[in-house]
Design a protein around this ligand. Structure first.
Ligand SMILES: [Zn+2]
Length: 219
């Protein structure tokens, strides 16, 4: 029985020309919302056909969607303690080619916040893995909640999506919230010497479907 999803509406939409750190340039349509249940300022970015004609209700292929949880250290600073920066870069490129939405969700550090994430890094330096560190600090191993993502997709008119993700929990949460995930499209594995332990923890503890022998697949 799907959870009843409170309705959100589009508040403002604007076009933003993007130039990423590696010089990749494109244009996205940015959407803000009213009515998101956690009151935070989450952003949707539409690429390709989703930028040109948002709110279309055609019967074509379900729209490709990536749910990206904010990671200031990885997204902005290029931290190599995690794979968020390369994941974000891959998603923008693939969405730009295929058309679709990137939902930029303000749940830093799997929902525990920036300072707590840095606290968890300190514990990881003492030997705990990323999930153990969260638990040691009194937080859930993964506190991310995708209710707002489901609200945003519904406000954008996207009830049926293809989800760009290696994380089955994202698809399961969206399905519980009443959306249809027609397909889960795997992302690349962005491994480096400094994030190898983090990725191994994601694969073994977080049930992410990562094939760590594959290395990075070009997007
Ligand atoms: Zn990160």
């Amino acid at each position: 029985m799907p959870t009843t999803l409170p309705r959100a509406t589009i508040r403002t939409q604007v076009t933003i020309p993007l130039r990423l750190a590696d010089g990749y340039a494109t244009t996205a349509r940015a959407f803000t919302f009213d009515g998101l249940v956690d009151g935070r300022e989450h952003l949707a970015l539409g690429f390709g056909s989703s930028a040109r004609s948002p709110m279309r209700h055609d019967t074509g292929r379900p729209t490709l969607v990536r749910l990206h949880s904010e990671c200031l250290t990885g997204d902005v600073l290029g931290s190599e303690r995690c794979d968020c920066g390369p994941q974000l870069r891959e998603a923008v490129g693939r969405l730009d080619r295929a058309g679709g939405y990137l939902l930029y969700l303000r749940q830093e550090g799997r929902g525990i916040g920036l300072y707590a994430k840095i606290d968890a890094y300190a514990l990881q330096d003492a030997g705990l893995d990323t999930y153990e560190a969260n638990l040691a600090l009194g937080y859930p191993a993964d506190g991310r909640d995708y209710t707002v993502a489901a609200q945003m997709l519904r406000a954008l008119g996207e009830e049926r999506v293809r989800l760009l993700s290696n994380n089955p929990d994202k698809a399961a949460q969206l399905e519980r919230l009443g959306l249809t995930v027609c397909e889960r499209v795997p992302t690349g594995v962005h491994r480096s010497p400094t994030n190898a332990r983090y990725l191994a923890a994601k694969a073994h503890r977080g049930a992410h479907l990562l094939d760590l022998d594959l290395g990075h697949r070009p997007a």
